[in-house]
Design a protein around this ligand. Structure first.
Ligand code: DC
Length: 223
C-alpha cells in the first residue's frame, strides 16, 4: 500500500520540529526528524575527532550507524542510533554547529537522503528537515515550509537553551541560516509547490491546526 509522506521544512526556530512532532502524533504517523540524523552523525564525528570537512570520512562514520524511528505505546516517535536513545547530547550548540557544517557534504547528504526514503517506503511519515519537500520527498503531495522572523526564532531558541543572550543566539542563527540556505548542495529553500506558513505570531497548536486545515483542503484524511 502506498504510504503517506507529509513534509515540513523550515529554518532553525521556525517551529517545524514542534509542528512535525505534534502533527505526527495527531495522525498516528512516525515523525522522521532528519535534523536528528545530521546531529547524530555530527555528535559521533566530534567524539571520534573526525575531520568535519572530509566527506568520505564523515560518510564512512554515518554508514556505520543504524538509525531507527519508531512509535512507542503513546504514539510518540522514538529515535535510536545503534539501539540507543540520543536526545540531550544532540541539541547542544556545538553539535548544532557541527551538524550545519557536515550538512554541506554531498555524499553524506545522499546517504542520509536514502535512509529517509527507505523509512518513507514502509511507514506513514511526517518528514521534517530543510530539503524534505524539495529533494528527499520531491513527489510528496503534501509539503509545507515554515518561516518566522529571525528575532522570534532567536527568542524561541533562547527559551529552549535557557542560557545565552538573545543577541548571541541571533548571531548563531543568522550564521546557520546563511550556511544552510547558501550551500551549493540541497540548500534549505522551499520546494516550488510547498505551502508557506509564517509562524511568527502563531503558537504550536495554531500551527498544527493551520496545517490540518490545509491538508483537508487537499483531500487528505485528517481524523
Ligand atoms: O533541524 P536541525 O536544526 O536539527 O538541523 C541541524 C542541522 O542539520 C542544520 O543546521 C541543517 C542540517 N540539516 C540539513 O541540512 N538537512 C536536513 N534535512 C536536516 C538538517
Amino acid at each position: 500500500m502506498a504510504q503517506y509522506v507529509i513534509t515540513i521544512d523550515g529554518l532553525a526556530g521556525s517551529g517545524k520540529s514542534t509542528a512535525a512532532r505534534n502533527l505526527a502524533r495527531r495522525l498516528g504517523f512516525v515523525h522522521l526528524n532528519s535534523g536528528a540524523l545530521f546531529r547524530a552523525v555530527a555528535h559521533l564525528a566530534l567524539q571520534s575527532g573526525a575531520n568535519l570537512e572530509v566527506d568520505e570520512e564523515i560518510t564512512a562514520l554515518a554508514e556505520q550507524l543504524s538509525f531507527d524511528f519508531s512509535l512507542d505505546a503513546d504514539g510518540q516517535t522514538v529515535f535510536t542510533v545503534n539501539g540507543d536513545k540520543l536526545s540531550e547530547e544532540l541539541t547542544n550548540p556545538t553539535v548544532s554547529e557541527a551538524a550545519s557544517k557536515i550538512a554541506t557534504l554531498k555524499k553524506l547528504r545522499q546517504v542520509l537522503s536514502g535512509i529517509q526514503r527507505n523509512f518513507g517506503k514502509s511507514k506513514n511519515i511526517v518528514a521534517e528537515g530543510r530539503d524534505a519537500g524539495s529533494v528527499v520527498f520531491k513527489h510528496s503531495a503534501y509539503k509545507f515550509y515554515l518561516t518566522a522572523d529571525l528575532a522570534e526564532r532567536a527568542r524561541r531558541r533562547q527559551h529552549e537553551l535557557g542560557q545565552a543572550s538573545t543577541q548571541a543566539v541571533m548571531h548563531d542563527l543568522a550564521a546557520r541560516d546563511s550556511r544552510d540556505t547558501s550551500r551549493a548542495i540541497d540548500p534549505a529553500l522551499p520546494a516550488p509547490d510547498a505551502i508557506l506558513i509564517d509562524t511568527t505570531a502563531l503558537g504550536p497548536v495554531e500551527v498544527v491546526e493551520r496545517v490540518c486545515e490545509l491538508l483537508k483542503k487537499k483531500g487528505f484524511p485528517v481524523p
